[in-house]
Design a protein around this ligand. Structure first.
Ligand code: HEM
Length: 154
C-alpha cells in the first residue's frame, strides 16, 4: 500500500517534477500559517489578552482555522505519499501527527465549550476548563510545527 502510493504518477510528479514539491510545500506552509495563526489568536484571547476584542469574534477565527487544517490534510497527505514508507518510521512525523490529532480534538472541545458558555465567558470570564484547553492547545500546535520542521532533519 505505501509503495503503491509512492509509485503513483501524482507522488512522482511531486517528488521529481520541477514544480511539484515547491507548490505542495508552499500550500502546506500557507495552511499551517492560517490554522496555527488563528488557533493561537483564539487561545490568547481566551487566556485574557487583548480584551477589547469580543470573545464572540474569536468564533469567526475558528472557521478560518478549519480551512487551514483542511488545506494541510490535503497538502500533508500529498507530501506523505511521496515517501510514505519512510514517514511511517519517522519519530518526528509520528509525534507531529499525534499532536495534530489531539490538537484537533481540543479545538472541537473549545468550540463546544464556547458554544455553551460564551455569554458567561464574556460577562464573568473564561472557565478554568476553557483556559486549560487553551494552554494545552498552544503546547500541542507548537509541538506539531517544531516536529513538522524536524522531519527533514531527523
Ligand atoms: C494543521 C496541521 C499541520 C501542520 C501545522 C503541519 C506542519 C508542518 C510543518 C511546519 C512542516 C515543515 C515544513 C517545511 O519543511 O517547510 C511540515 C512538513 C510536512 N508535513 Fe505537515 N503539518 C500539518 C498536517 C500534516 C498532515 C495531516 C500530514 C500527513 C498526513 C503532514 C505531512 C507532512 C510531510 C510529509 C511534511 C514534509 C516533511 C519533509 O520535509 O520531508 N502534515 N508540516
Amino acid at each position: 500500500m505505501l509503495t503503491w502510493m509512492e509509485n503513483t504518477a501524482y507522488a512522482q510528479w511531486i517528488l521529481t517534477g520541477l514544480t511539484g514539491w515547491p507548490l505542495v510545500l508552499s500550500m502546506h506552509a500557507m495552511g499551517l500559517a492560517i490554522a496555527v495563526g488563528m488557533i493561537f489568536a483564539m487561545n490568547l484571547r481566551i487566556l485574557g489578552l487583548y480584551k477589547t476584542i469580543p470573545m464572540s469574534a474569536t468564533r469567526t477565527l475558528l472557521g478560518f482555522a478549519w480551512i487551514g487544517i483542511g488545506l494541510n490534510i490535503f497538502s500533508g497527505f500529498s507530501l506523505f505519499m511521496t515517501q510514505a514508507s519512510f514517514y511511517v518510521t519517522s519519530p518526528p512525523f509520528l509525534v507531529k501527527i499525534t499532536a495534530i490529532i489531539v490538537g484537533i480534538v481540543l479545538l472541537v472541545m473549545t468550540q463546544k465549550s464556547m458554544g455553551r458558555e460564551l455569554a458567561t465567558w464574556e460577562s464573568s470570564g473564561v472557565s478554568s476548563q476553557g483556559r486549560n484547553l487553551a494552554i494545552a492547545s498552544i503546547v500541542l500546535w507548537v509541538l506539531a510545527v517544531v516536529t513538522g520542521r524536524l522531519i527533514a532533519y531527523l
